[in-house]
Design a binder for this molecule. Structure first.
Ligand code: ADP
Ligand code: MG
Length: 732
């Protein structure tokens, strides 16, 4: 490290071969693997070292650079052991304080030395002081900086000095030519790329610090636009590329589906009919569908999924339905078995907890084509499982799955023999054939197609993803631009909206009494135990305690307990007892968050609701209000509430509409939360903020179309600059 630093100091140059492996791995941690990525590693903030502030006029709270002579230096022991130095200029004096210091620092700050210090002034023990200022020894003709000093995002052990040198060198030696045509820049009034990037790395001191910090400066707008444009381009390219891949064309015969619809005790809603028609239309095409079926909790997505599966089955292809938890997967299995067995279709159940023998049996039926419908958890895409002829992969609650898991399922369709080779991609390996260099936007688009095993079957299954987490418009335009989306925008009739009550923890006894009374009247209730510091073990413990307490207090109630650590037979037993109304109260951890469907349950208590996120609260509350009875959801909260918790509870109290809730969530938490697992695969936006930069997002969408149509070279250059080194399994 020393050697490297020294080398830079001497030469003010970067020779990549000379960077130590340690530095390289730290750069990699920051996502920087190529020198061009240094250009886009932009400062978090700036320090102003372009002028000196007189000590006397520096106010607490200001970050300033001062220069003076050390008049006194000593190690004190109160209030804490620290090195304290008195710095004087001709206007006043200031203390510099260091809690951790090296002997070398003590030497540097010896009495009589002339020092330049940068830091925030505050009122300390001895008067105005700076704690841990950045200090260096100077003489009378040490120059001041010409531009604001950038402070870059970094990682432990990688100094700002090294980063600055690496970046400065990249700025000097790499091409900064504009990727976008002049006409586009002019019509959108966008600043030049080279000028923008230079400015952001080295802004001159007269630029408004505010416009840099708030990222409203025209240079920031240009960079944000570029980033959004790159995202749009890559999504478009992917969308096009998909239409070049092949999937089995599953024609709609509608024989089985018509029979299923007839056998249901309810009529499909208009929205269910419409979304099924959209899916059905896609399935008939010889290109892989990638459609997201969005519908609020309780909107009836499962039946739509079942109809889609039947379309595959009618064509002699297999369908797979995957759910993120055992409870949910099993519930799907039971429901679909009830629906489909009368049609002569017996689904196979596959979960990690099956006995080895049973698993083998299930795997054989899947591999031989002995079953056309497989339902289960992520066990479905383990490497031992191969499908005979997978035509449709359905993923419920898709945001709960990782990208790699979904990718693995998709690739299942490509294998025709039972080659046991794993198709799971290790991170960063999704790049097969995806190098942007080898991409021609006009003719051959980049491909995620993997080398095939087992004969030249390159067909892949259609994919239907389902989610109850609605996506706000900007998020859909941005992160989901590569998917087609169907929305179930109405609930089945006869539902009465859930009434939500916020109740302080102090009234816990009243709440418990109320639950008891409701159960005695024949209602069924959930008691959801709190999340505890993200710790599953603790959550489990509270669940068990709550269960024991309720049982002791109300021996007359039939109470069940369900949590993630229960063995599956037990879990299934409890769930079916609750479903059959043999249990009146179900104490549960958040494992019941997704999908669980017991229409007779009409009361839910969410304990320590203040600890849960908006999407989670909405999902949980969606477990009630599924039957005709008036349902009630009690959010028990403990005071004092944090600002965020208060805001969340207010929203969930005021709204039953998943879409409105998601919109608020986006504002409160940013997109990461809503994207769920997708974010691990999507290159998240680093600079643009889709709530604040909606105008830029709109412009980028239009520009992406224009570029792909009229300036493919520019589109390619732009992707090269922005996406060259991102691992590209973002489009799963
Ligand atoms: P979700 O969209 O949350 O997955 P489900 O598919 O679990 O919703 O459906 C919720 C409940 O509504 C189930 O009990 C289901 O049988 C029922 N259901 C679905 N569609 C209709 C409909 N059109 N009319 C009445 N009930 C329906
Ligand atoms: Mg569901």
């Amino acid at each position: 490290m020393r050697v490297v630093e020294h080398y830079y100091e001497e030469n003010n140059l970067i020779a990549p071969a000379k960077i130590s492996p340690a530095t390289l791995s730290k750069l990699a941690k920051l996502g920087i693997r190529h020198r061009s990525e240094l250009l886009l590693h932009l400062p978090l903030r700036y320090e102003d070292e372009t002028h000196l502030a007189p000590i006397a006029t520096s106010r607490p709270g200001q970050t300033v650079q001062v220069q003076g002579v050390i008049k006194h230096s000593e190690v004190v022991f109160r209030p804490r052991r620290s090195l304290v130095c008195r710095l004087e200029d001709n206007s006043g004096e200031l203390y510099l304080r260091f809690l951790n210091f090296y002997p070398s620092q003590q030497k540097q700050l010896a009495v009589g030395k002339q020092i330049r210090a940068v830091g925030e002034v505050r009122m300390g023990h001895y008067g105005p002081e700076m704690v841990h200022p950045k200090c260096r020894a100077v003489d009378d003709d040490t120059q001041l900086q010409q531009s604001l000093t950038p402070v870059y995002p970094t990682t432990a052990g990688l100094s700002q000095i090294i980063l600055r040198k690496l970046i400065a060198n990249a700025l000097e030696t790499l091409p900064l030519g504009d990727t976008l045509p002049d006409a586009l820049l002019q019509s959108l009034k966008l600043a030049d790329f080279a000028a923008s990037i230079q400015l952001l790395h080295n802004p001159s001191p007269d630029i408004s610090a505010n416009s840099l910090e708030e990222r409203t400066h025209s240079a920031w707008r240009r960079i944000k636009f570029d980033e959004l444009l790159a995202q749009q381009l890559s999504m478009r390219v992917h969308h096009r590329e998909r239409s070049k891949r092949t999937a089995p064309a599953l024609a709609p015969h509608h024989q089985l589906s018509t029979r299923l619809i007839k056998s249901l005790p309810f009529a499909l809603t208009k929205a269910q009919q419409r979304t099924f028609a959209e899916i059905s239309h896609d399935l008939a095409k010889p290109h892989p569908m990638q459609r997201l079926l969005l519908g609020d909790v309780g909107s009836g997505k499962t039946i739509v999924a079942a109809l889609a599966a039947l379309q595959a089955i009618e064509n002699g292809y297999q369908a797979a339905l995957m759910a993120p938890t055992e409870i949910l997967a099993e519930q799907h299995y039971l429901k679909l078995r009830d629906w489909l067995e009368p049609l002569g279709i017996t689904p196979v159940w596959l979960s990690g907890s099956l006995k080895k023998k049973e698993k083998q049996l299930a795997a054989e039926r899947i591999a031989s084509g002995g079953t056309l419908l497989a339902i289960g958890t992520h066990a479905l895409f383990q490497e031992q499982i191969s499908f005979h002829k997978l035509g449709l992969a359905i993923v419920d609650e898709q945001h709960k799955f990782g990208v790699q898991q979904r990718l693995a399922l998709r690739n299942k369709g490509k294998v025709t023999n039972s080659s046991a080779e794993s198709l799971l991609l290790p991170p960063g390996r999704g790049k097969v054939g995806m190098g942007v260099e080898s991409m021609d936007i006009h003719t051959s688009t980049p491909s995620l197609t993997l080398p095939l095993h087992g004969g030249g079957n390159s067909k892949e299954p259609h994919q239907l993803m389902m989610s109850a987490t609605p996506i706000p418009r900007t998020l859909a335009m941005s992160y989901y631009a590569d998917l087609d989306v169907s929305v179930i925008d109405e609930l089945p009739p006869g539902r009465t909206p859930v009434i939500t009550k916020l109740v302080s923890d102090e009234r816990r006894d009243e709440v418990i009494a109320r639950v008891r009374a409701a159960c005695m009247e024949g209602q069924q209730a959930y008691w959801v135990c709190p999340l505890i510091d993200e710790s599953e073990a603790l959550q489990l413990q509270t669940a068990i305690e709550t269960y024991e307490r309720v049982r002791a207090d109300f021996p007359e109630l039939k109470v069940g307990l369900v949590h993630g650590k229960l063995d599956n037979a037990e879990k299934a037993r409890v769930m079916s007892a609750f479903k059959a109304n043999e249990l009146q109260l179900l104490v549960a951890t958040t494992v019941i968050e997704v999908g669980v469907d017991v229409p007779n349950a009409s009361l839910m208590v969410i304990d320590h609701a203040e600890r849960m996120g908006l999407a989670q609260l909405h999902q949980l509350r969606g477990r009630v209000g599924r039957g005709a009875a008036q349902s009630l959801c009690i959010l028990l909260y403990q005071q004092p509430l944090s600002e965020l918790a208060r805001a969340r509870l207010k929203i969930i109290f005021e709204s039953n509409d998943g879409f409105a809730i998601a919109q608020h969530d986006l504002q409160l938490r940013g997109p990461g939360e809503l994207l769920g697992a997708r974010q691990s695969g999507v290159a998240m936006l680093r600079f643009a903020d889709i709530s604040a930069d909606e105008d830029l997002l709109n412009q980028a969408r239009l520009a992406a179309d224009e570029l792909l149509r009229d300036f493919p070279e520019a589109a390619r250059a732009h992707l090269q600059r922005w996406m060259a080194n991102k691992h590209d399994y973002l489009h799963v």
